[in-house]
Design a protein around this ligand. Sequence first.
Ligand code: PBG
Length: 330
Amino acid sequence: MLQRPRRNRKSASIRKMIQENRVTADDLIMPLFLVDGKGVEQKIPSLPVAYRRSLDKMLKEIAACVKLGLHSFILFPKIPKKHKDKTGTYSYDPDNFYLKAAQKIKNKFPQITLISDVALDPYSIDGHDGIVEDGRIVNDTSVGVLARVAIAQAEAGFDVIGPSDMMDGRVEAIREALDEAEYTEVSIMSYTAKYASGFYGPFRDALDSAPVSDPSIPKDKKTYQMDPANSREALIEAELDEMEGADFMMVKPAVHYLDVIRQLKDNTSLPIAAYHVSGECAMLIAACKNGWLDYETVMPETLLSIKRAGADLILTYFAKEFLMIQKKKK
Ligand code: PBG
């Protein structure tokens, strides 16, 4: 035999020399859940790696993450019912605790990248990402509100605006609104190919943001999020986002959509982020808790698979634990 591929696997040193992909702190974006109040650090039963935190605890958590080398965070708010209405007006209210918290986080950690979430679901009594009128999620009116939300977030100090709503034309509307308000340096990370997935369950538990159960309200997000059966359709979304001024593209979920990550990677020059979503993390944790899989092996392997598929960036609830494991192994 002239070719023996095993020669390149014979020692840890050689394996490291030929390693094609690596996950580092620079690739990771840590999602964090914010609640109003003080001293709050609540576990989320369906996502045992994440917590809902009030600002004081959040600042401590960010400090701990920064110490491990993380420098990019995406912040999601859990909005009390009293602030929810039909059109999500609290989303751009100057008194919104999420906006005020962002300002404080950026004051304390000016070096980090803070990413927002633009969608109405945490603020809408209907639990949809856009405005519901006569049983439908109306596109253009929703986009107007979302652009207003983006400006409020830029004003609060977010570095990157993250539209997760999947309305048509929102990236362009947000870009124009930001530029008009002279936030030309604020970036957009567009949820380009976001699927109507069942894997968002624990996230909706965390934020109490699921579509409400009411016969006059659509019970799912299938009229705006993409059909899990489709991959070529992601190319349409990618082409539009590129034209509309996105700075980053995102595929979501990640692990069950590795082919879509690869497809976008091969068809655009923009950086690709992949969202390793709550349900994907939860199923892994559950299997490990049962003793069926080894956490310290399969969790890093999962992140690596997302990277190998072509993601430049990974949003994952495991970001901090991944770096802790890595540090321990060194
Ligand atoms: C809301 C939003 C969702 C997620 C991120 N932003 C849920 C949804 O669209 O219903 C899901 C993230 C996760 O499951 O980890 N627009």
